[in-house]
Design a protein around this ligand. Structure first.
Ligand SMILES: *Cc1c(COP(=O)(O)O)cnc(C)c1O
Length: 362
């Protein structure tokens, strides 16, 4: 294999990247990836497997995902005037949107720290990315800075996650509306963490330049890879042209259709996670010097005393607990850790390990 051929042919910005790193987690308490910790009950599993027996894997899937879309519409109460577009995870929807808008000189803009895929996919598509820092104190939107950046960069698309990852907070509705009004491009409201908060962004669809993106991943179906975009038919008609045919497999379609018939089961699990979040936040806030930021999601962002985050992260890993170390990921995330809310026994193991590591007798 000739390295010089690769250097000549592969774009330098791609060669400079590190592949998306997913740390090994076999046998660990896995609190790093915002997964739902609960397995399906035996009865549900049996009914699901029976359903899968009817799937014709020799056939291509329904290209439109008709049954899944009906299930999503019913479960999420989506008004008939909006269309749905399905993606292989909402990651694929981000990719479709950015590819569609990647005219020469186009800009992707997001408030930072944000979900990393906005920036990564902009880079993959060869589109300029601009990150506007959130306010350092509380990770709220910096309205004047956002409006100034929008005026200067004229973004083709602005991504706003509501609640935001990795900060966990929601944004001031007035500032969001001002951003929508000022943006010459499309505003994507990313509601990946909707199951863990109240209210939603569907009413913002009254603006011509807004679409709403969701996923079933954080609700408890991360393994299926299914995201959805909700918006005006005119937008989705264009985006649908970039969607690869058959992007949602027969197994995902059958499983999602089945799971959506039991939507309440997953909402109940999300409700438990949400209730357990309060206790975990309180316990973490009691650790010496730890700041816990308010969360409307299924994870908690904390800031540790200077220099401790990486040490605590590594020590937890030694104890078999995997969380996410964000120190170094963004200037505003210095000394920060992100912890997914797990099942009660997992949260207890985390706290016991932390007390051990920090030498506390509690
Ligand atoms: C997890 C996450 C996604 C991606 O979800 P998938 O549907 O699993 O691809 C999108 N946006 C945000 C903010 C997320 O945290």
């Amino acid at each position: 294999m000739s390295n010089s051929l690769i250097e000549t042919l592969v774009r330098p910005e791609i060669r400079a990247l590190n592949a998306y790193h997913v740390p090994p987690a076999t046998g660990m308490v896995k609190l790093d990836a915002m997964e739902n910790p609960y397995a399906w009950g035996a009865e549900l599993k049996t009914a699901w497997l029976a359903r899968l027996q009817e799937v014709d894997v020799n056939r291509y899937p329904d290209p439109q995902g008709t049954v899944v879309k009906q299930g999503l519409r019913a479960a999420m109460d989506i008004a008939p005037e909006f269309d749905l577009l399905l993606g292989n995870g909402s990651d694929e929807i981000i990719q479709i949107i950015i590819m569609a808008l990647a005219r020469s000189g186009a800009v992707v803009l997001a408030a930072e720290p944000a979900f990393v895929m906005y920036k990564m996919i902009a880079l993959f598509a060869g589109v300029k990315y601009v990150g506007v820092p959130l306010r350092a104190e509380d990770f709220s939107l910096d309205g004047p800075a956002m409006l100034a950046a929008i005026a200067a960069e004229k973004p083709a698309v602005v991504f706003l996650a509501e609640p935001n990852n990795p900060t966990g907070n929601k944004y001031d509705r007035k500032v969001v509306e001002a951003i929508i009004a000022a943006t010459p491009g499309l505003v994507v409201m990313d509601e990946a963490y909707l199951p863990f908060t109240d209210g939603d962004s569907l009413d913002l669809l009254r603006h011509d330049n807004v679409v709403v993106m969701r996923t079933v991943s954080k609700l408890g179906l991360a393994g299926l890879r299914l995201g959805l975009l909700i918006g005006a038919p005119a937008w989705l008609h264009e985006f649908d042209k970039l969607r690869l045919p058959y992007n949602i497999s027969v197994l995902t379609q059958a499983s999602a259709a089945f799971a959506l018939e039991h939507y309440g089961y997953f909402l109940e699990q999300a409700g438990r996670i949400r209730a357990d979040r309060a206790g975990l936040m309180q316990a973490l806030a009691a650790l010496p010097g730890w700041t816990v930021f308010p969360s409307e999601a299924n994870f908690i962002l904390t800031r540790l005393p200077a220099g401790q985050a990486r040490l605590v992260f590594e020590a937890l890993k030694q104890e078999g607990v995997l969380i996410k170390c964000l120190d170094g990921a963004h200037p505003l995330l210095q000394d920060c850790l992100r912890i997914t809310v797990g099942a009660p026994e997992e949260n207890a193991r985390l706290l016991a390990a932390l007390r051990d590591i920090l030498n506390l007798d509690l």
